[in-house]
Design a protein around this ligand. Structure first.
Ligand SMILES: Cc1cc2nc3c(=O)[nH]c(=O)nc-3n(C[C@H](O)[C@H](O)[C@H](O)COP(=O)(O)OP(=O)(O)OC[C@H]3O[C@@H](n4cnc5c(N)ncnc54)[C@H](O)[C@@H]3O)c2cc1C
Ligand code: FES
Length: 279
């Protein structure tokens, strides 16, 4: 039910939003800042939205901004098919449909308070992590030591390079970045993101560790965290599954008894013990 009246809310009905700003980040990724036309949108880090383009379809996309940012919310879209191609054609002022925010499995913003927090991001995995990174940085005194590890395939695919540089400049965050395949413009670290884990200055064993990246990355990151004796209950993984309804009705995103759209997309690793096929 709608909280302010007795009307039943249609969970499949998108609300109108306006594209407030867009920027092409590279050949495949586009950044968009959106504002809801009715002005109402409260979310927490880790949630996603179903974005719809009239006559084409809907796609689940993670909210990349932090709720501490009050001017709308941000998404980053990789061009891969019908809906995402259509989103890439949008310009400032265009209208778009939004369902959400969706996903009850979010980042552990309360549990992480007072603890060291380590973000391990691979490629576009930075997009969801960025929401919680900026949330933590905007509430810096509430958290212990903060570490951000980012691995990207090549120089052209780096996302939010200016923002990463700004995080580095703060002095109260350890930021380590690496490229799999460097070019002449890159003078930083080379190799996959797991290479950075032994360079983390803060104690890993007691930290809250947040992981998001391509499926292949999870296996190797988890092996490394095991070597560093990080308890499974302290590790949170952002999982992606094909989705349709986004609200626990269609079963498209089901893993055993869990729905990625409802119980995730952020899962505690120890909760995945009975679902080995999840990773
Ligand atoms: C919770 C969640 C959050 C997401 N957040 C983001 C985000 O922030 N930014 C972003 O760019 N993308 C994100 N995605 C992926 C995004 O939803 C898909 O890329 C999108 O739905 C593709 O729609 P399309 O119509 O453009 O492509 P389609 O025409 O449907 O598909 C094109 C091709 O991509 C493949 N494909 C489609 N969806 C997926 C998928 N989920 N995983 C693997 N392959 C797929 C299809 O099999 C097909 O080969 C997220 C997905 C989920 C489930
Ligand atoms: S997408 Fe329909 S149940 Fe999750």
């Amino acid at each position: 039910m709608c909280q302010c009246c007795s009307e039943k809310k249609d969970i499949y009905l998108p609300q109108l939003a306006t594209v407030a700003a867009t920027e092409s980040m590279n050949v495949t990724e586009k950044y968009l800042r959106l504002t809801m036309d009715d002005g109402q949108f409260n979310y927490t880090p880790g949630q996603f939205v179903e974005v719809s383009i009239a006559g084409i379809g809907e796609a689940p996309l993670t909210i990349s901004s932090s709720p501490t940012q009050k001017d709308g919310f941000e998404i980053v879209v990789r061009k891969i098919g019908n809906v995402t191609n259509a989103i890439h054609t949008l310009n400032q002022g265009d209208k778009i449909g939004i369902r959400g925010p969706l996903g009850d499995g979010q980042y552990p913003s309360e549990e992480a308070k007072g603890r060291n927090v380590v973000f391990i991001c691979g490629g576009i995995g930075l997009v969801p992590q960025r929401s919680f990174i900026n949330y933590v940085l905007d509430n810096r005194d509430d958290y212990g030591e903060v570490t951000i590890l980012q691995g990207t395939k090549c120089y052209e695919q780096r996302l939010f390079a200016d923002e990463i540089a700004a995080w580095e400049k703060r002095g109260d965050v350890q930021v380590l970045e690496t490229l799999d395949e460097p070019n002449e413009k890159w003078s930083g670290k080379v190799g996959v993101v797991t290479k950075l884990i032994p360079m983390v200055k803060s104690e890993l064993k007691s930290a809250i560790v947040l992981v998001c990246g391509p499926p292949v990355m999870y296996k190797f990151v988890l092996m490394s965290l095991e070597e560093h004796e990080v308890p499974h209950k302290n590790i949170f993984l952002n999982l992606e599954r094909k989705m349709k309804c986004g609200v626990g009705k269609c079963g498209h995103c089901q893993i055993n008894d869990s729905y990625t759209c409802m119980d995730g997309p952020v899962f505690r690793y120890s909760d995945l013990a009975t679902m080995p096929e999840a990773i």
